[in-house]
Each structure stands twice: as C-alpha cells, then as structure tokens.
Design a protein around this ligand. Sequence first.
Ligand code: SAM
Length: 380
Amino acid sequence: MRIERPDFLTYSQGGRKVELPLPDAAAQAHSARLLERIRAAIAEAGGVISFRRYMDMALYAPGLGYYMAGQNRLGADGDFVTAPEMGSVLARVLVRVLTPLLQSEASSDGILEFGAGRGALAQQIHQCLPEVPYTILELSPDLQEQQRTALPGLRHLQQLPERWRGVMLANEVLDAMPVRVVERDAGGQLRERAVRCNGEGLEWDWMPEPYAEAIDPGLTPLLMAEWPEHYRTELHPLASAWLREIATCLQAGALILMDYGHEAGEYYHPQRQSGSLRAYYRQHWLDDPFYWPGLCDLTAHVNFSALLEAAPDLGLEVQFYGNLARFLVEHGLAEVYAELTAGLDTQGLLVLNNEIKRLTLPQEMGESFKVLILHKRASA
Ligand SMILES: C[S@@+](CC[C@H](N)C(=O)[O-])C[C@H]1O[C@@H](n2cnc3c(N)ncnc32)[C@H](O)[C@@H]1O
C-alpha cells in the first residue's frame, strides 16, 4: 500500500530518492522573497552572478539569508547537528587544552568564539571555566539571541576587536564561508561557475570571463593537470583572508579551528570529482545548492593546507593539526569519559557512547573533521 504524505516532497539525487518535509507557508514565502532578491541581483549583473555571490546571499543577505532571518535550524530537530549539539565531550576535551593556555597573563581577554550557533559550546565551556570571560562574535541576529539565553553573562562583539589576548575558537565557521566553484568544461578548460535564472528558479551557468586568477594554496599545477573533464571543486578566498585578519588581531594566545576539511592533496585529488559543496535540509545533505534558498544551510569543506601554509608568515605556530579522533584521544578523551560516566544510568551511558562513536568513527566525524591549533607568542 502506498501511503500518501502530502507534507513531504520527493528529492532525487544520484539514483536515490529522499522524502523531505515541505516547508510551511511562511517559510516558503520567505524563500520566495530571497529568491526574488537573488534573481534581481542576477538581472542587474547582466544575466549571471558568481556562485560565491549566490552563497553569500543565500546564507547572509540581511534579513533574508539562512543565518540572518531566523530560518536556520541547528540541532537534532533541525537541518544539521554539530559536535557541541551532540553533547559535551568535545567541550570537556577542549577545556583541558584551554586551561593551560588561559592561565598565562597574556590571555587576560579570555575566550572569543566565532559563529557560536545556539551557544552550546559556550555554555559547556563556561560551566567548566566560569571565571573566564566569554565573548562571541556572531553574524546572525537570532543566533545572538539564542546565545544570550544559553549563557546570560556573555558579551557579544559586532566586529573583530583591534587586539585580543587569549583564546579564539571557531567550530564549523570556515565551512560556512562562501566559496568559489571552479570546473573543467567539456573542452578541458578550467572555468568559474556562475548562477543564472531558470524559469521561476535558479541553475548553474559559467562566468563569462576565462578563469585566470590565483589558485588555492597547496593546489599545484601538477594536481590540476590530472583533473578530468567536468571535475568540479571549490576555492576559499574568504577563509585565507579571515585568517590574516585574525592573526593581526591576536596579540598572544591561540586560535583553535575545528571543521570538516582536508589538506590540498586530498581535497583536490583527481578522484574527488564533484567537490564538497552541499546543502543541508532537515538532516539530509543535498547536491542541489539552489533548493529552497534561505531554508537550507550551504557548506563546503575547508582546504587546511591554505591555513597551514599561511600560518608561519602570520606569526602563528602550529601546535596541533589532525583529525578529530586523534585530537580527542591525545587530549584526554579517556579521562573525560571517566568523568562523564560517573553516576550515569544505562540509558545515559548509551547516549554518551553514541556521542563518542559519532565523534571518533572514521565514517562519521573522526576522519574528515579536523582540528587546528595555532599559537601566537606574545611579542617581547
Ligand atoms: C555551521 S554554523 C556553526 C555553529 C556553531 N559553531 C556550532 O558548532 O554549533 C556556522 C556559524 O558561523 C557563523 N559565521 C559565519 N561566518 C562568520 C564570520 N565571519 N564571523 C563570525 N561568525 C560567522 C554563522 O552565522 C553561524 O552561526
């Protein structure tokens, strides 16, 4: 018997069909308003805009983008789940790393977290380190509100301060920064991808001018020469620019970056033919970035080579770089597990074990999620 589900839509990708919940009328109207704004920008630009501009509008258009209009849904009942939303294991291990870093005089400003989502990590860290000042720099007005509820005493910044002495944290922030998409066309030429209007919606196009700009750090001509026709990937000019700004602001202390990503050799491997760009909607990843603009998160993995290569020139020393499983094991996962299991009943233990599996198994976050700790010494 076929059960009709009028509130669901069927989405097809790579031969598989997914049933997705239909957005309610208000959300649909919201998406239509953003779509109208994007289509107007395309018309104004003469027929196409770069994918990077599209991603910027879809996520951050004031009052309309996914993160700017209260449409984002983080957490188990939302579009996607981040490590702090699963439980406190990551925060507890981070506290073990943060404690010695924050003890020095040079760390008097405390912790500055970027893009803190619903404030889960902030709340969990603050519980363990209540005396350390906690500040958040968040672009999303409604997430700022949710963060204030999660942690009433915190301070918000609307822009990067001139100087910071302490620890900076960013969990899944770099993967939410707009990327450029490049692809080898049918003639084998590398070109940048664009977005154009299609009927009532949007579709892929090509930027008119030939692609001739600098490539991402770590991406060598040798690797590119092996890319087959239709190879598509992403470049990250904003991530590199952001790191430069942060390095200027950070006077002494550390920057801890946690994100999905790879080094360039793997990121730009010829076999990785369709890149890492994804839309997330109600716990499903979708290959169509034009699906319900403003109601889906858009994300692309981070090229960690770009950050590792830039660090020394910016006065940043690599203190740790590795996958999440290794980071957790080398920084006290066993001790944290012992602390957290004390007093747990069977149900609690199952939940905790499940969280640890999701953080450490290679097919979950254990391998593709990376941690990078960059240290800045106080200048004499
Ligand atoms: C995928 S969410 C991650 C949320 C949270 N860190 C977590 O782990 O649950 C991305 C967040 O980064 C924020 N963001 C993106 N670019 C930013 C920037 N340049 N500065 C600060 N926050 C930024 C977004 O507003 C959003 O809150």
